[in-house]
Design a protein around this ligand. Structure first.
Ligand SMILES: NC(=O)c1ccc[n+]([C@@H]2O[C@H](COP(=O)([O-])OP(=O)(O)OC[C@H]3O[C@@H](n4cnc5c(N)ncnc54)[C@H](O)[C@@H]3O)[C@@H](O)[C@H]2O)c1
Length: 257
C-alpha cells in the first residue's frame, strides 16, 4: 500500500502540466499544482503564473505531458487535433469547441488510435454519472434551464426573462462562454439537448436546472453555483472540477463513473 501511494505521488508530481489560456481557471489551478508551461494569445495574462511561457502551441506540447485547455471553444478547434496527434493527454474546459459532431468524432477516433486520453470535466454541473448509466436503457429527453446574471450575459432586463429557447448546438453559438455545460450534456446523452437560457438582473449565482427522462425514470438536478472567489463570471464548481480531475488522475478506484 505504502509503495503504491509513493509511486502515485511521484507520478502526479512528475507529470508536466501545460495550460492553454491564463485566465481564471488557469490561475486557480496554479495555486494548487505546479504548472510547467503556459500559452496564451495575450501572453501578459500569464505574468503571475510561475511557468515556462510558450510562444506557440508547438512549444507548449513539447513542454507538457498533459495539457489543460482553459481558453475558448476556438482554441479547442484550433489545437485539439494537434495535441492528441502528439500523444499528449488533453483536458477540455471549453466543451463548446466540441459542438460539431464531425470534428468530435475525428478527435475521439484519433485519441483511440494514439492511445491518449481526452478528459471532459463535469465543470459547472453534476449528474453526468446518472446520464451515462441511464443512457444504457434509453433516454427520452434532457433539458437544461440556465439562469445567469443579466449583465454577465450582456442583457439589460428588469426581471427574469427567457432570452433563448432551442437546441444546445444553437445555444453555444449564441453564448459561446456561457453554456459549455449544454454541449457536455449533449455529448454524454447522445442527443442535441433542449436548452432555455434566462437572464435575471437580481441574481449573482449561475443556476442550472437539469431534467433527464428515460426508461430508468426521471431525474432533476438543481445547481446553484457561487462565483469563483477571483472572478464573478466563472462558477466556483467549474474551477474545482479540473482540480479534482488532476488530483485523482492516477487513482485505481473509480467511484460513480
Ligand atoms: N465546462 C464548464 O463548465 C466551464 C465553466 C467555466 C468556464 N468554462 C470555459 O473554460 C474556458 C476558460 O475559462 P476562464 O474563466 O478561465 O476564462 P478567462 O476568460 O478567464 O481566460 C481565458 C484565457 O484564454 C486566452 N485565450 C483565448 N483564446 C485563446 C486561444 N485561441 N489560444 C490561447 N489562449 C487563448 C485568453 O487570452 C484568456 O487569457 C472558457 O472557454 C470558458 O467558457 C467552462
Amino acid at each position: 500500500m505504502a509503495t503504491y501511494l509513493i509511486e502515485h505521488m511521484f507520478k502526479v508530481m512528475l507529470m508536466r502540466i501545460g495550460v492553454i489560456g491564463c485566465g481564471n481557471i488557469a490561475h486557480e489551478l496554479s495555486k494548487k499544482f505546479k504548472i510547467s508551461a503556459v500559452y496564451d494569445i495575450c501572453p501578459e495574462r500569464c505574468n503571475d503564473i510561475d511557468a515556462f511561457l510558450c510562444e506557440d502551441i508547438g512549444s507548449l506540447i513539447t513542454h507538457s505531458d498533459i495539457i489543460i485547455e482553459a481558453a475558448s471553444p476556438q482554441a479547442v478547434k484550433d489545437y485539439a487535433l494537434r495535441i492528441i496527434d502528439s500523444g499528449r493527454d488533453l483536458v477540455i474546459m471549453s466543451i463548446g469547441g466540441l459542438v460539431e459532431q464531425d470534428f468530435r468524432e475525428r478527435l475521439f477516433t484519433l485519441a483511440k488510435e494514439k492511445g491518449t486520453y481526452i478528459y471532459l470535466p463535469s465543470g459547472a454541473i453534476g449528474g453526468i454519472d446518472l446520464i451515462k448509466t441511464a443512457k444504457i436503457a434509453g433516454l427520452h429527453c434532457v433539458t437544461l434551464r440556465s439562469t445567469k446574471n443579466a449583465k454577465t450575459l450582456g442583457y439589460n432586463v428588469k426581471e427574469k426573462t427567457l432570452i433563448f429557447k432551442g437546441k444546445a448546438s444553437q445555444a453555444i453559438e449564441k453564448f459561446p462562454k456561457s453554456v459549455n455545460v449544454s454541449v457536455l450534456l449533449s455529448i454524454v446523452s447522445g442527443m442535441d439537448i433542449d436548452v432555455e437560457v434566462y437572464a435575471d438582473p437580481d441574481i449573482k449565482e449561475n443556476m442550472h436546472d437539469i431534467v433527464v427522462e428515460g426508461e430508468f425514470g426521471k431525474a432533476e438536478f438543481k445547481i446553484i453555483n457561487r462565483a469563483s472567489p477571483a472572478n464573478p463570471r466563472t462558477s466556483y464548481l467549474a474551477v474545482l472540477s479540473p482540480l479534482y480531475l488532476l488530483e485523482n488522475l492516477e487513482d485505481v478506484v473509480k467511484i460513480g463513473v
